[in-house]
Design a protein around this ligand. Structure first.
Ligand code: HEM
Ligand SMILES: Nc1nc2c(c(=O)[nH]1)N[C@H]1C(S)=C(S)[C@@H](COP(=O)(O)O)O[C@H]1N2
Ligand SMILES: [Mo]
Length: 545
């Protein structure tokens, strides 16, 4: 019952918000009969952002006592001899009023209390309300973990009647079947959607990351877009027509080229996981890569569409052409001031290291926002618009934000924190690797360092003795332009192994040109989503006798 307790307090707040959207979504999910085919939301449902705003509408509260008693009753019932339900009965439980039930295999769960706590957002969970989870979980392998199964088990209320097991129509066509073939050296974090990091042994061999080993972070299946028919919709200011730009149109704008590093907000999340569990992909140090990007400047395209700097419209929203079964696209936004500033060099990129973008990296066009978290670099770009508010995308508003270590999933208020844009100073050791054995005599330590917002890395300090003494590493790579240091510096240090040492406790930490430094440990910057993990990087190695 632990989870129920965790859920109660926010549950009260959330029960209010749930009502309108939940019932809205449910009309589509439940108005059909109970076979999977007719319930599949892609047939009946198109996501819209206005529903997100509807979450705030206040509705009737379910009495707390009633909730507890109800849940307790159900759980006890499930433990003794499981209560048996028909699929038809389950399908009527698809709103907070009727409670929200789902099935997995032949088991039935009442997840009403969990809906608002769902890391993937309440709206997504509601798509499965009243029916099987399988077709949705097939899309998101993140559910394929024991902790997710254990969590769900807490909500079990019974089983499906034997003659009413999973319908044979459950075989869904694999939405990922058309994903591209990937390089075998990539270290895969999740196959569906595909997420993989550059192997640390190769990452810093090249200042420019070769395209096939550039880290990949997809939230959805990779769309297969035809460059001949591709159009970018650039919404004009009110009263003006939108632009519909072909790839050829985009190439007519002056071609601008920059070297920029992309880093996922979750890079080095695995170190946070060691402090306390976080929700997200278990990235090591390889969710970062550098490329030479070429394309049209966003400011030129916005100007052509008729946009100017404005105070009422202050965000540029991007939508990808990758979408989930509801038709909801990946989306993000950046401040208009950055988008309109030619010095910020925001690109609508169609080339990566002299090649057309590869499918995984956004073919045919992606946004590149130098100095800003990679989540805003929207791939497979379909639409650009200038809006008074930030993007309503889940990934702008309910993810990619930082919180204090004391904020957890019971008390998190995503509206209270700004979305991550410029990233903080970062560095990591790529050689030697954790647990390796190094020769006595000399050791070479290598790694990368980067800071957001165009801030240049001015120094990397390396310690071989756990931080007692420090040596300055040598910085490689391109000379950096002031306030436009968009790319990382690779660094190395050739150092003498102190005689008699059996083990080295190697640490690196970088300093940027605002004299920002990395925090020494992870615990004080731990956050529930495991983002912004930039503590001193530590690697322990053995010294060969
Ligand atoms: C009762 C049903 C569900 C439960 C118990 C559940 C549970 C969870 C949990 C525990 C996570 C975090 C996993 C981790 O990062 O370790 C998660 C993430 C996620 N879930 Fe669900 N889920 C449910 C239904 C759904 C449905 C129906 C969908 C889609 C239609 C969905 C989409 C997602 C997505 C997209 C994420 C990843 C968010 C991100 O990391 O970007 N979930 N879910
Ligand atoms: N359309 C779209 N754009 C997207 C994403 C996505 O899933 N869909 N993922 C974002 C995230 S979180 C990251 S870290 C970067 C990863 O870019 P890459 O795969 O080219 O390395 O793309 C961003 N842009
Ligand atoms: Mo990311």
């Amino acid at each position: 019952m632990l989870l129920l307790h965790r859920a109660v307090v926010p549950g009260l707040r959330q029960a209010c918000r749930l009502k309108s959207t939940a019932s809205q979504l449910c009309i589509r999910a439940c108005s059909t009969n109970d076979s999977f085919q007719s319930q599949h939301p892609s047939l009946a449902f198109t996501g819209d952002h206005s529903s997100t705003r509807g979450w705030r509408v206040v509705g009737t509260l379910l009495g707390l006592g009633a909730v507890l008693a109800y849940h307790d009753h159900r759980c006890k019932a499930a433990q003794k001899s499981p209560r048996i339900y028909t699929r038809k009965e389950v399908s009527t439980h698809c709103s907070p009023e009727t409670r929200i039930w789902v099935t997995l295999g032949n088991e039935v769960f009442d997840v009403t209390e969990f809906v608002e706590l769902h890391p993937g957002g309440p709206a997504k969970l509601m798509l499965a309300a009243g029916g099987p989870l399988e077709p949705f979980w097939a899309l998101y392998a993140v559910h394929n973990q024991s902790h997710v199964r254990e969590l769900l088990a807490e909500y079990k209320i019974g089983e499906l009647s034997p003659e009413d097991k999973a319908p044979s129509t459950l075989k869904t066509s694999d939405p990922y079947a058309n994903d591209p073939v990937r390089h075998p050296a990539l270290k895969v974090n999740s196959q569906r959607p595909y997420n993989a990091e550059s192997p640390p042994g190769l990452l810093t061999d090249n200042y420019i990351t070769p395209n096939p080993i550039f880290f990949t972070r997809n939230h959805l299946p990779v769309p297969d877009l035809d460059p001949a028919t591709y159009r970018l919709n650039v919404v004009g200011p009110s009263g003006r027509k939108s632009l519909s730009l072909s790839l050829a149109d985009l190439r007519k704008f002056p071609k601008h080229e920059i070297t920029a590093t992309l880093q996922c907000a979750g890079n080095r999340r695995s170190e946070m996981t060691q402090v306390k569990e976080v929700r997200g992909l278990d990235w090591n140090t390889g969710a970062i890569s550098t490329a030479r990007w070429a394309g049209a400047r966003l400011c030129d395209v916005l100007a052509k569409a008729g946009h100017r700097l404005s105070e009422s419209e202050s965000h540029v929203c991007f939508e990808g052409l990758d979408s989930d079964p509801t038709g909801t696209a990946y989306g993000a936004s950046i401040p208009l001031a950055r988008a309109m500033n030619p010095e910020a060099e925001v690109l609508l990129a169609y080339e990566m290291n002299g090649q057309p973008l590869s499918r995984d990296h956004g073919f045919p066009v992606r946004v590149v926002v130098p100095g800003v978290v990679a989540a805003r670099h929207v791939k497979w770009l379909g639409k650009v618009s200038v809006e008074p508010q930030e993007s309503f995308s889940h990934w702008q508003r309910r993810d990619y934000k930082g919180f204090s270590p004391s904020v957890d999933w019971n008390n998190v208020d995503f509206d209270s924190a700004p979305s991550i844009q410029e990233l903080p100073i970062q560095s990591a050791i790529t050689e030697p690797q954790e647990g390796a054995t190094v020769e006595s005599g000399e050791v070479t330590v290598k790694g990368y360092a980067w800071s957001g917002g165009g801030r240049a890395v001015i120094r990397v300090d390396v310690s071989l003795d756990g931080g007692l003494t420090w040596q300055t590493a040598e910085l490689d790579g391109e000379e950096q332009r002031p306030r436009k240091a968009w790319a990382w510096r690779l660094w190395q240090l050739q150092a003498t192994v102190p005689p008699g040492k059996k083990e080295l406790n190697i640490i690196c930490k970088a300093v940027d040109d605002s004299y920002n430094v990395q925090p020494d440990t992870v615990a004080p910057i731990w956050n529930l989503r495991g983002v912004l993990s930039n503590a001193w990087h530590r690697v322990r190695v053995h010294v060969a006798p």
